[in-house]
Design a protein around this ligand. Structure first.
Ligand code: COA
Ligand code: AMP
Length: 634
């Protein structure tokens, strides 16, 4: 007998149009689609071509009209400001419509880009939904990025407006956002027509006359704006993510496929029904925040939590349990690093005992590999299933998961379980041939990708094809390596490019190398991600100095650390750089980053056959010991 997962999976691969067409019936359309899947312009597949809808209508108005007006839609829980504020669906719709009116009154309309640079406050979600309401395309930039990263995104998205706030709060530190924003606009070639700034009580930002509009004042007189029908294939948002260069990739998400897929996942993957409380403890600046703080729970008619705090320190390692208990959270979704942080502070989970967690049913983890220790600690203490699932900014939702609303499979530690319906996940070798179960290769997805994934990169079809579709013709390249066992469980082993995951945040070591290489004393450099007990990985840098530089190495090391902080941002967590005489390379001049990484992580390594001079590896071991890595590590 096949179970519900197997039946759904089989149908989604055999008849994707039938499968997703049925899922789309659960959504509101102004105009029904002409074709579920338009494959007339391969490899650019389009879902629900000809259909018209509004994402914000599906997230808010539909529920107001269908009896959920007084149900809580969003809970803003902010231990850093000691605030809890709830919004019913009606209240959230009304606030969103008013803010949409603020934007529309300034001339923002369909297809215009609006950049959102905000901390974790309800207004961030309101700004996103307001854009969707009037057909504008939002691009949210994570608060931990520096002004230069923001400027790069402004130049690429060319926003008509920027929405920001006076500050964010990092544990106890007030981080001024406005000076970063002003610096970014100064740096950028493109200038927005106007900015809307929310003044928070703890920090008053300097406003620029003629450009900056005060959020609160504008809302007083705002005329609510109605939902505007958009094409299913029109972009809803652009979300920039690390690529292999300093130029981030602008992942595009369309309106129709996104709505259909995300609404479907709430039950199928997360087992969430309308009225349930769901908490994604992430940030609106990341894809998890887009998909599972803002859009999917609201599409479903659930209650979502927007949490402005950290797993530890706000005020303590019991805050997750307080939030789960107080708001009767049914499922939480976070990154393993958050649980590692809690486990480190409260290894026996003493703080958990203070709270009634009887409504809590499932913990979902993603963003980086879930180490078995963290999963077992969470299982033993929470006594609920702990479900690892694997996805990417590009995919917008999980490629592999234990689909808890369809069928619960036994957990195998180290595996996010099986391909989710819609995903024809395969493992191939360098010649694009499928490998046997258990054999490691490139994890790829047979085209077409399901709805809700990236149709392209913003204004860059060529880079989209080159980055994702060229290497394995007929497939989407995930850039993760791994294997699938004989029971269909996927194992995600490592990225095949220079992306690292630092505390669940995706960063490019290539982008950091670009910054280091810019230092006048640096001739050559390498940055790689090494294992870290808390953050999973952290970057470390190696510098070869120009001949004749006689300044102390420590000075230069400090300077490059500061440069990464200023140009990429504190989120890079780049704190260690060391000067070496030379870097290990192949005879053709390629730096052997993988080998350095293995030495740093205390893993066995083979001296690569192609190495130019094996004696350098001894030098690397010494350099790594000097900064506490390699054989010096406990
Ligand atoms: N605005 C401004 N600065 C920010 C920021 C933001 N939104 N988010 C992070 N930063 C800064 C931090 O203040 C810190 O700066 P510092 O070097 O001055 O201390 C730096 O960026 C690194 O931050 P972070 O990665 O959060 O590390 P941390 O040591 O402060 O906290 C954890 C560690 C594990 C508690 C934290 O990373 C965490 O809660 N992770 C949860 C994972 C998550 O949300 N992942 C998203 C994908 S699901
Ligand atoms: P991001 O785009 O920030 O979501 O990062 C995506 C990358 O994070 C993936 O390509 C993986 O390398 C990694 N990742 C995300 N979830 C998992 C997981 N559950 N297990 C292993 N790696 C993961």
């Amino acid at each position: 007998m096949t179970n519900a997962y197997e039946a759904a999976y089989e149908e989604s691969i055999r008849d994707p149009e039938g499968f997703w067409g049925k899922a789309a019936e659960d959504c509101h359309w102004y105009k029904r689609w002409d074709k579920v899947l338009d494959d007339s312009n391969k490899p650019f597949y389009r879902w629900f071509a000809g259909g018209e809808l509004n994402t914000c209508y599906n997230a808010l108005d539909l529920h107001v009209e269908n009896g959920r007006a007084d149900q809580v839609a969003l809970i803003y829980d902010s231990p850093v400001t000691d605030t809890i504020k709830t919004y019913t669906y009606r209240e959230l719709r009304d606030e969103t419509a008013k803010f949409a009116g603020v934007l529309a009154a300034q001339g923002v309309g369909k297809g215009d880009r609006v950049l959102i640079y905000m901390p974790m406050i309800a207004e961030a979600a309101i700004a996103m939904l307001a854009c969707a309401r009037i057909g504008a395309i939002h691009s949210v930039v994570f608060g931990g990025f520096a002004a230069k990263e923001l400027a790069t995104r402004i130049n690429d998205a060319k926003p008509k407006a920027i929405v920001s706030a006076s500050c964010g709060i990092e544990v106890k530190k007030v981080i001024q956002y406005k000076p970063l924003l002003d610096a970014a606009i100064d740096m950028a070639e493109h200038k927005p027509e106007f900015c809307v700034i929310l003044q928070r009580p703890m920090e008053k930002a300097e406003m620029i006359a003629g450009r900056d509009i005060d959020w609160t004042e504008a809302m007083v007189s705002a005329k609510p704006a109605d939902c505007v029908p958009v094409a299913a294939t029109d972009p809803l948002y652009i979300l920039y993510t690390s690529g292999t260069t300093g130029q981030p990739k602008g992942v595009v998400r369309d309106n129709g496929g996104h709505l259909v897929a995300l609404k479907w996942t709430m039950k199928a993957i997360y087992d969430i029904d309308a009225g349930d409380v769901f908490w994604a403890a992430s940030d609106v600046g990341w894809v998890v925040g887009h998909s599972y703080i803002v859009y999917a729970p609201l599409f479903k008619g659930a209650t979502t939590i927007l949490f402005e705090g950290k797993p530890v320190g706000t005020p303590d390692a019991g805050v997750f349990w307080r939030v789960i208990s107080q708001h009767k959270v049914k499922s939480q979704f976070t990154a393993p690093t958050a649980f590692r942080a809690i486990k480190r502070e409260d290894p026996k989970a003493e703080l958990m005992k203070k709270y009634d967690l009887s409504n809590f049913k499932i913990l979902f983890l993603a963003g980086e590999r879930s180490d078995p220790d963290t999963i077992q600690w969470s299982e033993n203490n929470l006594k609920v299933p702990v479900i690892d699932h694997w996805w990417q900014t590009e995919t917008g939702w999980a490629i592999a998961a234990n689909c808890m609303g369809l069928h619960q499979f036994p957990v195998k530690y180290g595996s996010p379980t099986k391909a989710v319906p819609g995903w024809d996940l395969q493992v191939v070798d360098a010649n694009n041939q499928q490998v046997a179960p258990g054999e490691i290769g490139a994890l790829v997805v047979k085209l077409p990708l399901p709805p809700g994934t990236l149709p392209t990169l913003y204004k860059n079809d060529d880079r989209f094809v080159e980055a994702y579709l060229e290497e394995f013709p007929g497939y989407y390249k995930t850039a993760d390596a791994g294997y699938i066992d004989d029971e269909g469980y996927a194992y995600i082993m490592a990225r095949t490019d220079d992306i690292i995951n630092v505390a669940g945040h995706r960063l490019s070591t290539g982008a950091m190398e670009e910054v280091l290489a810019d230092h006048p004393d640096v001739a050559e450099c390498a940055v790689l991600g090494v294992e870290d007990k808390l953050k999973g990985q952290i970057p470390i840098g190696f510098l070869v100095l120009n001949a004749g530089v006689d300044r102390p190495a420590e000075e230069i090391q400090k300077e490059v650390v500061q440069m990464v902080r200023e140009r990429i941002g504190p989120v890079a967590a780049f704190k260690t750089a060391t000067v070496v005489n030379r870097l290990p390379k192949t005879r053709s001049g390629k730096i052997l980053r993988g080998t350095i990484q293995k030495i740093a992580d205390n893993k066995e390594y083979k001296v690569p056959a192609t190495i130019d001079d094996p004696t350098i590896l001894g030098e690397m071991e010494t350099a790594l010991k000097g900064i506490g890595y390699g054989t010096a590590r406990q």
